[in-house]
Design a protein around this ligand. Sequence first.
Ligand SMILES: Cc1cc2nc3c(=O)[nH]c(=O)nc-3n(C[C@H](O)[C@H](O)[C@H](O)COP(=O)(O)OP(=O)(O)OC[C@H]3O[C@@H](n4cnc5c(N)ncnc54)[C@H](O)[C@@H]3O)c2cc1C
Ligand code: SF4
Length: 407
Amino acid sequence: MPKLVIHQEKVEDPQVLVDICPFGAMEEKDGKLSINAACKMCKLCVKKGPAGAVEYVEDEKKEEIDKSQWNGIAVYVDHVDGEIHPVTYELIGKARELASKINHPVYALFMGNNISDKAEELLHYGVDKVFVYDFPELARFKIESYTSVFEDFIKKHQPCAILTGATTVGRQLAPRVAARMKTGLTADCTILEMDENTDLSQIRPAFGGNIMAHILTPNNRPQMATVRYKVMNAPERTEETHGEIISCAIDKEKIKAHVDVLDIVKKEPEKFIESADVLVVAGRGIKKEEDLAMIRELAELLDGQVACTRPLAEAGWVEAKCQVGLSGRTVRPKLIITCGVSGAVQFAAGMDGAESLPGRRTGDLAMAGAPYAFFPAPDHGFRRAQRRRHLVHHERGEPRGHVHADP
Ligand SMILES: Cc1cc2nc3c(=O)[nH]c(=O)nc-3n(C[C@H](O)[C@H](O)[C@H](O)COP(=O)(O)OP(=O)(O)OC[C@H]3O[C@@H](n4cnc5c(N)ncnc54)[C@H](O)[C@@H]3O)c2cc1C
Ligand code: SF4
């Protein structure tokens, strides 16, 4: 970083410089000047102060890295006890696309215990090399051990870019690794593009979704990005595989951790809006908390789940984990019915991948509802459809299926 150097011997009256600084960053103590954290680097003190009293020193020129030494797009395999999180496959699909532009291989980094037999599955999605660190010490996610394995992998294989799912684990692990490797990390990317010179354009909404920031890491490698689940498309699974699985060794001292996992208490299985095929979204057009019963009923009739916009989550009417949007969850259902939602950009940012969007017909079915006109009819189409479905399934002796709502 550039810095300011005060040449105290050239300062006759410290107060002159204190008065010049519009941000109160120039301080005088016992006749000596210093610059505090409020400095905005506006350089007024350099330009308007006594000649040579404050010097602006440019950033030391960084040693240029040899980008050709960094090869491959790596994906961190997010899993619990070998059960691979689907965001991993989505990232492999994206890594494949990026790698093909620069003719690099796709790597998967898989760490855990008793996972070697699960590694083969990754090859069906187009991974060229799966690097497996399979050790009892890695049985449970421990930030110190996992960071050390990541570091070992990066130092030995020098991947040009690393993609990590923005899961609970990924959100902890990726920043640690980036700090350890002294490189950049962009969280929650929504678009990733590869330049010919192997610089990764990491694109994500910024300033409340009003602009799309294009972030580059041109002077460091690896380039690191996290991506939320359901933002990218997962590739089709292929029958044939061509890649290889590499069993990796690591010094056991390196994966020792200061934290021990003593017990694991499983939570009740929860339904997450990210995995719902049908969502009924309640917005501020819902006037009273009691009226959410209509939304819940419709969601139930459609075998779907209730979601909400931020005002309803903030009001405590719907749980925060059900909020769709920039500061909520990203969803990709087959059908979204929005009720009393204006479709603000921050809300829509969380459902760009949905097959059907209100106001933007991108799939088979889109419905933006005026809730109070749509719901109160005691015999509205969904109930009739559900009764018909039950009747049909009852006659055929079939289990319950999905209601098909006509647009
Ligand atoms: C940094 C940042 C992050 C944000 N993140 C999120 C986020 O993750 N998710 C999110 O949702 N928002 C987010 N927001 C807030 C966002 O900008 C909007 O304020 C919010 O999405 C609006 O929610 P809404 O559509 O429910 O309410 P409103 O914008 O108030 O819309 C209510 C809609 O209901 C309609 N309506 C009213 N009465 C009726 C009726 N009787 N019948 C039918 N329709 C009716 C109105 O015409 C209107 O279209 C964020 C904002 C910022 C600045
Ligand atoms: S660079 Fe600007 S903000 Fe910083 S000390 Fe000088 S005048 Fe103040």
